[in-house]
Every structure is written in structure tokens, then in C-alpha cells.
Design a protein around this ligand. Structure first.
Ligand code: F1X
Ligand code: MN
Length: 438
């Protein structure tokens, strides 16, 4: 393995018009914002019913703040400091200040700053406008879309629930093939993302078992064997294995993650699962605590008996703590994960107790590799910048122009077939990194 990187690449940014960051800031973020504005505007009558005139005024206030934000993006204004007094304000404002300091006292603006900062900042600003309202502080402008995402994936969930039931019911020992299949379902579950589709319905509406074979060659890095070996090793050592899943999207992806968690427990590949949600509405479809609990209750109320039983098991798991759900402000900052040790030492410490962390999705991947413009062939371990609280696995479908660890020539080969292959979630990676250093 290569030891270190000779020269660090630049952060991805909308200042490069040939990068995906550019159409994101120019088109996709304004579209998402317009939908949020519309949602809040539509909500004013409900808000009035619930909170009287103050609710209606809140909606007007939020709409005006978000319209300002949209205008600031489209006219490339500087990012301004946050002012809602939430506990994470200082970490955010320090990140903005650092950009100012690093660029000779120039304020970072939407089209000139690192993409990771601007895109995360938009979601934090949406939340700021909501937090600064008087009655609607807990309002989730993406709630409706997320709940539809689960409902529209109902049939696919039934297929998967039956599959989990079938392969675990005889108490036979788990096989590698079963493990690999479940991991792939959790991987492709990440295609269902409402941010890349700018809010257009993007659910799982075919059987998740059907396309696994044909998609197998689209997994460009497949370290499943190593992940499997590491989990078997932990089980052999009789350790109380804790596995963490850093969750991503609500809907079918969450369901597939929960099935993966259930599978690990039933096969004793894990003894407890820690599931990390987001503490505020984030990148449209990311799971919040409310989404998580709503999902379990909705599945429990399903007329389908297998779904309803499975969900009852999951509710019990929260009681007996074989599942622990947790949130942390760090996941909704613009910090990449190499900064976790210094900015959120409690979280880094917590992850050191895990035998294996699974990081789901595109944004977590970007944060793992620092959102830098790496060559596609740079070894994955080198891009992590020392982030190693525990062994980990990144499960991510590729939805932006950043991927590492590929074989020489592979990216060029696929580009010949489809120039936009990195943007549609049709390719994926399963990276593994063992504990290298502490
Ligand atoms: O993290 P997720 O849900 O897999 O993806 C989030 C996402 O929509 O946001 C990224 C940046 O815009 C895109 O690259 C990606 O498609
Ligand atoms: Mn997401």
C-alpha cells in the first residue's frame, strides 16, 4: 500500500464549471429550495389551524428567509454567519471564518467555495429559518416526501422482509453468499435518494432481489470478503460485537439498512447495532429520529403480517437495546471526517468502541475522502487523512464525480460507454478499511 499522498488535491467546488458541483449550485440547489418554499407556503393554513395567526406569520417569515437564501445562491453572495443560537453555531461559524482567513480575508461565496461547505450550508440555513420561527421550530419541510418514499416502496419491503425471514428461520449458519447479497441490497438501496432527483419521486418499485446479478459488475470496488472476514473474526473471538450504521436516506434505503442490521443480529455477526440518524432535516431524504420512529410504527401498522411482525421485533430491539439509535450535531456540519477527532472527540471516541462502522451513501463517502478532487486510482486508505476510529466499510452508489480506489483504466473504460456514469447511482463501491492507526 502507498504510504502517503505527495500532493493534496483541491476541494471540489462550483468554481470549476466542468465539475458536478457547478450544476448542483447553479440548478439543483435552487430547485430544491423552490420546493421547500412552496411546501412552507402551502403549509400556512395547517399552521394557522394549529397555532393561530402566529403559525401563519411563521410561514411567511420562513418563506421570506428562504427566498433571500435562493437569491443569495443565484447571485453568488458570500455565506453569512449563522445566528439561531443552536449548539452547532460555533463549529459552523469557525468553518466560514477559516475560509475567510485562507483566502486573504475574502468572504466565501456560493460559486467560489468548497462544494461540501456550500451544499451542507444550504440545509443548515433552511433549518436556521425554521428555528427562528416562533411555533414551527420542529417543522420538517421534507417530511411528506420522505414518508411517500416509504409508502411507494411497500412491495419491495415485503419482498425483502420475506427473504430475511426465509434465510434466518432454520437457524442454519450464515453463508458468505447470503451476507454478500444482503450487503448488496443495502448498497443499491442508496440509489433511492431524493436529493439527486431534486425531490422527484425516487423509490424502490421493483424487487430488490431481481437485479443483483446484473448489477454485480457495476460494483467497481468490492471488499465484501474483507468485511465478512473481519466480522467472522470478531465472532470467533467471542467478542460482544457492536456494529454501527451511519444511516443515510429514509424509505427503501433505511428499510434495507434495518434488514441488514436484523440479519447481523440473527446470525450473531453482531450483538448490538448502533444506528446514527441526523439531528435536523438534511439533504432532502436523510433519516431523522422522527423519521426512524415513524418508519417503525408505520411498518408495524402495515396489513402485511411479515412487515408488521418484523417491525414489532425492531421496536422491541430499541427496548432491549440490541438496537441503539443516536444523533450527533457533527453529522450535520460541513466538516469532513478527518476533522472528527478534533471537532467532535466524543463521537470519535464513541466510534472506537465499534467493531465495524458502515457508512452509507454519497455524502458520507464525500466526507470520508475529504471531498477532494482525487485521482480515481488513489488508494482508498490514503484519502481518509487518518480517520480510523474503527474498521469501517463504505457502501455508496456513485452520485457525484468523486470516486477513488479504482483499477488503472477502469474509469476511462466506463466513460466510453456513458460519459455521465458517475451521476446516476448505477455504479457502486464497497470499500473496507481495517484499523490502521489510532
Ligand atoms: O448521501 P446520499 O443521499 O447518497 O446522496 C446525496 C446527494 O444527493 O448529494 C450529493 C451532493 O449533491 C450528491 O452527490 C448525492 O447524490
Ligand atoms: Mn442522503
Amino acid at each position: 500500500m502507498a504510504e502517503k499522498v505527495d500532493e493534496m488535491p483541491e476541494p471540489l467546488s462550483a468554481k470549476y464549471v466542468d465539475q458536478f458541483a457547478y450544476p448542483t449550485v447553479k440548478d439543483r440547489l435552487p430547485v430544491i429550495l423552490t420546493k421547500v418554499i412552496d411546501t412552507v407556503y402551502q403549509y400556512k393554513n395547517t399552521a394557522a389551524e394549529q397555532h393561530g395567526e402566529a403559525g401563519k406569520e411563521d410561514c411567511k417569515f420562513i418563506v421570506s428567509k428562504l427566498s433571500e437564501l435562493k437569491n443569495a445562491i443565484q447571485t453568488d453572495k458570500p455565506l453569512t454567519v449563522l445566528a439561531d443560537g443552536r449548539g452547532d453555531v460555533s463549529i459552523w461559524n469557525k468553518a466560514i471564518q477559516k475560509e475567510i482567513d485562507d483566502h486573504g480575508n475574502k468572504h466565501p461565496s456560493w460559486f467560489k467555495s468548497p462544494w461540501l461547505l456550500t451544499e451542507c450550508y444550504m440545509y443548515r440555513k433552511i433549518n436556521e429559518s425554521i428555528r427562528m420561527s416562533s411555533k414551527l421550530q420542529e417543522f420538517d419541510p421534507f417530511g411528506e416526501q420522505k414518508r411517500s418514499a416509504l409508502k411507494n416502496s411497500h412491495d419491495a419491503c415485503i419482498v425483502l422482509a420475506n427473504y430475511i425471514h426465509d434465510i434466518t428461520k432454520d437457524n442454519k449458519d450464515v453463508t458468505y453468499e447470503q451476507f454478500s447479497k444482503i450487503l448488496q441490497i443495502a448498497l443499491w438501496g442508496n440509489k433511492c435518494d431524493l436529493s439527486i432527483s431534486a425531490g422527484v419521486e425516487n423509490s424502490q418499485n421493483v424487487s430488490p432481489l431481481l437485479y443483483l446479478n446484473e448489477m454485480a459488475s457495476n460494483i467497481l470496488v468490492d471488499s465484501t470478503q474483507q468485511v465478512w472476514q473481519a466480522l467472522l473474526e470478531a465472532r470467533k473471538n467471542g467478542k460482544q460485537t457492536r456494529v454501527d450504521i451511519i444511516l443515510d436516506n429514509m424509505g427503501f434505503e433505511l428499510f434495507s439498512d434495518l434488514c441488514f442490521a436484523e440479519f447481523l443480529l440473527r446470525t450473531s455477526l453482531a450483538h448490538s447495532i448502533h444506528l446514527h440518524y441526523k439531528v435536523m432535516p438534511w439533504f432532502v431524504s436523510d433519516v431523522t429520529r422522527e423519521d426512524f420512529l415513524w418508519t417503525l410504527q408505520t411498518l408495524k401498522d402495515s396489513p402485511n403480517e411479515v412487515l408488521s411482525k418484523l417491525s414489532e421485533t425492531w421496536q422491541n430491539r430499541l427496548q432491549d437495546e440490541s438496537w441503539v439509535i443516536k444523533g450527533d450535531d457533527f453529522w450535520t456540519t460541513a466538516c469532513d471526517f478527518r476533522q472528527m477527532k478534533s471537532k467532535a472527540p466524543h463521537l470519535y471516541d464513541d466510534l472506537t468502541s465499534s467493531s465495524m462502522c458502515f457508512f452509507k451513501g454519497d455524502l458520507n463517502y464525500r466526507k470520508l475522502v475529504g471531498d477532494l478532487n482525487w485521482n480515481h486510482t488513489t488508494p482508498y486508505e490514503l484519502t481518509l487523512g487518518g480517520f480510523h476510529p474503527s474498521p469501517h466499510c463504505a457502501l455508496r452508489t456513485i452520485k457525484c464525480d468523486l470516486v477513488v480506489g479504482l483499477q488503472e483504466g477502469r474509469a476511462e473504460e466506463i466513460t466510453k460507454l456513458n460519459a455521465d456514469w458517475m451521476l446516476g447511482g448505477d455504479y457502486g463501491v464497497i470499500h473496507f478499511c481495517d484499523l490502521i492507526e489510532k
